[in-house]
Design a binder for this molecule. Structure first.
Ligand SMILES: CC(C)(COP(=O)(O)OP(=O)(O)OC[C@H]1O[C@@H](n2cnc3c(N)ncnc32)[C@H](O)[C@@H]1OP(=O)(O)O)[C@@H](O)C(=O)NCCC(=O)NCCS
Length: 210
């Protein structure tokens, strides 16, 4: 069993939305991830379990049709190859995802979520480490996020990686008017931050089947 991280693609949308509904049942309106994939400020990643496949009947019937067409019409082969890639993505079993918006050198974590069945195994950490890497690749200098005041689990995760409370947005969440805690990092390119990230990455590697 191995967990792999890659950019989110449109083939992931049904699984991502299902995870979103599972872990944020009260959130309204639900985020529009299809729109997010077209948002130039947004960058999303998913983590999938290589030991499992996602069985979607629509994908299976598409696969049969594509195979039939490419045998019949060889000049359709390029389309066929693209479709095959699409089918590979569609069958990967997504177990979590996260995303950022990049604004003025700051990476704002929009979401991080792990299927309930896969929680407490280090997948949240894998996503957070990968999100920091992604933010650095995109030349962000700092990271920030909002988290529900009651969500101490997520706050623990962020604190472990050097996020500190920097403010409160009163009544921020529309479903129950709960306050949001704002948590931010210092420079994610500083020696101190990178040394801590490396330590955490090493201990995560021992914990995770990657
Ligand atoms: C928050 C979330 C992403 C964490 O994912 P996860 O895969 O379960 O977390 P991990 O196993 O990687 O744990 C990482 C750290 O998170 C904290 N944590 C995770 N589960 C916890 C629990 N049940 N109680 C307390 N702290 C917990 C700990 O600090 C833990 O580090 P540790 O193992 O050294 O104690 C996951 O619980 C989730 O999807 N929650 C619902 C969605 C959500 O609230 N997202 C955050 C929105 S801001």
């Amino acid at each position: 069993m191995t967990y792999c991280v890659r950019p989110m693609v449109k083939e992931d949308l049904s699984q991502v939305s299902a995870i979103d509904r599972e872990v944020f049942p009260t959130q309204w309106p639900p985020p529009n991830y299809r729109q997010e994939l077209h948002n130039r400020l947004a960058h999303y990643i998913v983590v999938y379990d290589t030991a499992k496949t996602f069985d979607d009947p629509v994908v299976s019937s598409k696969k049969n049709r594509n195979h039939f067409l490419s045998c019949l019409l060889p000049w359709l082969r390029r389309d066929h190859e693209e479709n095959e890639n699409s089918i590979v993505f569609s069958r990967q079993y997504v177990i979590g995802f996260s995303g950022i918006w990049l604004m003025a050198g700051e990476a704002h974590i929009t979401n991080i979520a792990v299927r309930e069945q896969y929680q407490r195994q280090g997948v949240g950490e894998l996503l957070l480490v990968s999100t920091v890497d992604l933010s650095r690749e995109q030349r962000a200098e700092t990271m920030t996020l909002e988290v529900r005041e009651s969500n101490t689990i997520a706050q623990n995760l962020y604190s472990k990686y050097g996020f500190k409370q920097t403010g409160v947005r009163r009544g921020y969440y529309l479903d129950n008017r709960e306050n949001a805690i704002i948590m931010s990092t210092e420079s994610i390119n500083s020696e101190a931050f990178l040394a801590q990230l490396q330590r955490l990455r090493e201990s995560l590697a021992k914990k995770l089947p990657v």
